[in-house]
Design a protein around this ligand. Structure first.
Ligand SMILES: [Zn+2]
Length: 256
């Protein structure tokens, strides 16, 4: 914003998109083609979503010619950024838009998966909602199929609706070769090289949860006779578990 204001007036009305794309914090956005922006069909419905719609559109398409005070200009500027974001969500699922975002994906412009076993898989931006002002942008890893928060606080405040809920899935449908192999590898907890027995840990967690539930029922004075049955079940489960464990040493490690 500051960079932009320091430009001269004649620069102010030219190359708004160049400025927007190259501003810090806007690295996730690609440049929307002029012809896409000037086709009214692509902007259907946005006039009710964006304040000062016509001025904002003029600014984005570099034909802004409106004398106004700084406050008004600031308001129009804010609307222009919002408009750009909303059009961006539509543009990036077009053939041209997908190709541009693919290039950015290949360059890891959206960052890399922080999960060690994903081996720096590039991420894609996505929204958890297509409705603006619902939730900020998240990053999707196609290898572990999980979502991450952007590392930078500048990116963490971008509206998720500027990317939408479908773009990342459409990209892999159109470019299936870009889909990485699914991550089969899972981290295995070990203590001094010995596997920590997952079934036993789960069993311990389940018994604790069960105890807590019983306590809640007791406090709510719910007496159903459930407890006796429950104890039996628990014993059976523990027996199964012992059989599964097989190796006594692994079982012993878990108890620590
Ligand atoms: Zn991942």
């Amino acid at each position: 914003m500051d960079d932009f204001n320091s430009e001269t007036d004649s620069d102010y009305t030219s190359y708004w998109r160049d400025w927007f794309i190259s501003s810090r914090g806007n690295e996730y956005f690609c440049e929307i083609d002029e012809e896409y922006l000037t086709d009214r069909f692509n902007l259907t419905g946005l006039n009710t979503e964006v304040q000062y719609y016509q001025h904002a559109l003029d600014l984005v398409t570099d034909v802004f010619d409106f004398d106004c005070d700084d406050d008004m200009r600031e308001a129009i500027e804010k609307s222009a950024r919002h408009l750009y974001g909303l059009v961006h969500a539509r543009y990036i699922v077009t053939t041209r838009g997908l190709a541009k975002m693919l290039e950015k994906f290949k360059k890891s412009d959206f960052g890399k998966c922080p999960r060690v076993l994903c081996q720096s898989q590039p991420l894609l931006p996505m929204g958890q909602s297509d409705v603006p002002n619902t939730s900020p942008v998240k990053l999707y890893c196609a290898r572990c199929e999980d979502l991450y928060n952007p590392k930078s606080s500048r990116h963490a405040v971008i509206d998720g609706a500027y990317f939408g809920t479908s773009f990342h899935n459409i990209l892999f449908q159109v470019y299936p070769a870009m889909l990485p192999p699914k991550s089969q590898r899972r981290y295995e907890p070990r203590v001094f090289g010995f596997k920590v027995h997952a079934a036993a840990s789960l069993g311990r967690w389940q018994s604790d949860e069960r105890e807590r539930m019983k306590e809640r029922l007791r406090q709510a004075r719910v007496e159903t006779g459930f407890e006796e049955e429950d104890e039996d079940d628990e014993e059976e489960e523990l027996e199964d578990e012992d059989m599964e464990v097989g190796d006594g040493f692994e079982g012993a490690m878990v108890q620590q």
